[in-house]
Design a binder for this molecule. Sequence first.
Ligand SMILES: [Zn+2]
Length: 472
Amino acid sequence: MIPVAIFAALALSAWATSSTAQPRLSDTTRSYLSIAAPIVALTNVTLIDGTGRPAERGQTVVINGDRIQAVGPTGAVSVPAGARVVDLPGHTVIPGLVGMHNHTFYTTAAGRRAQLNTSAPRLYLGSGVTTIRTTGSISPYAEISLKQQIEAGEVPGPRMHISGPYITGPDAVVERKHITTPEQARRVVDYWADEGATWFKVYTEISRENLRAVTEAAHRRGVKVTGHLCSVGYREAVEAGIDALEHGLMANLEYHPDKVPDRCPGRDLETYAKLDVNSEAVQSTFRALVAKGVPMTSTLAVYEISIPNRPPLEQRVLDAMSPEVRREYQDTRRRLAERAGEGSMLAAFRKAQEYERAFVKAGGLLAAGVDPTGNGGALPGFGDQRNLELLIEAGFTPEEAVRIMTANGAKVLGQADLGTVAPGQIADLVVLRGDLAARPADIRNVVTVFKGGVGFDAQKLIASVAGLVGIR
Ligand SMILES: [Zn+2]
């Protein structure tokens, strides 16, 4: 371990309370800081800058206040007098991850649905996720309050883009708004846009007519709409004005042989496993999305947890779970493993990876996020890291996978000053122990997370939520 935390503790408190560039941080938030100084120079790092450019060794990144001031080869970049120099050979620096499907609630296969206002923001930030879009809320006011608390410096957490409640058709899940008329769609959008939602998520059973009503109402208010679809295919959704699409292949049912308009067909993993991504059907979907600039969100991590014996079981995942959730999740894994002969989920998953690669090859904008739902195996933050590993498994280079999870997400959110490491950008940075370009799993070795130039101790954030996932 580097001696960063030891030295940082001495100097950080005076600055963290006096700076004008940063919000006043509460004692709680300050207790998680490890590097906080007006000017910080990270020297001798391997940099993956979020643009897709190859990793570069021996780099220096200078942070001044909440912005990046300079980036370049160590020795060539001048380090300002008085800077806190943190020498980091053997470490990789990437932009803060931008999680584009990052709920603050969590579910398990045992029917648990819990709002995680304590553990989710700390897990996200401690895992290197400095920005999230919640992408469907079961408790929008809880999220709005959390965002306000984080912005005020009261609690540690990522930057947040809030979505309104799920808007859907006749599926009867308790926290989702069932819309039957365009007028209802307009009323819901107007209400939550007034309250601070900047995105809406339409869900599986929305009709084309009501989807159009949602997008028109949202666009009048300057907010956007994404969807986890089923009853509406991607090409139809683009025609209805949707701004983004969640889950990649798995939520695009337009290739299903029994698809009829406005109806959600049954699952058909075999057909999906055999889909040809070079077929006219698939390529015409991609052309429609690219023509309108509609991005797709990769959520491979939440699909992987339905595959027998995947993902590899990590002790840190079990440690973060409450004891009951740990039991529920281990039961789920056991039941899945008993069906290990069923290969169709794995084959469909591989196809989903191939689909995302083909989408990017066709010029599509792919972002990514964890979606900490389903059987509960993809935790906030840890699942985002896993998604990066799964994108690399899909065939993206580590640099491309980083871009998908940083600059691309920032682009979808319209935040040009986030997602890359370059002079003038907001200083959201992740310091990883190891060489991410050589070993994808090094994404798990987060040491320090800078949000707006303030460095948080990743392990301290993670340790603070041990046993809380599933409870609060
Ligand atoms: Zn979701």
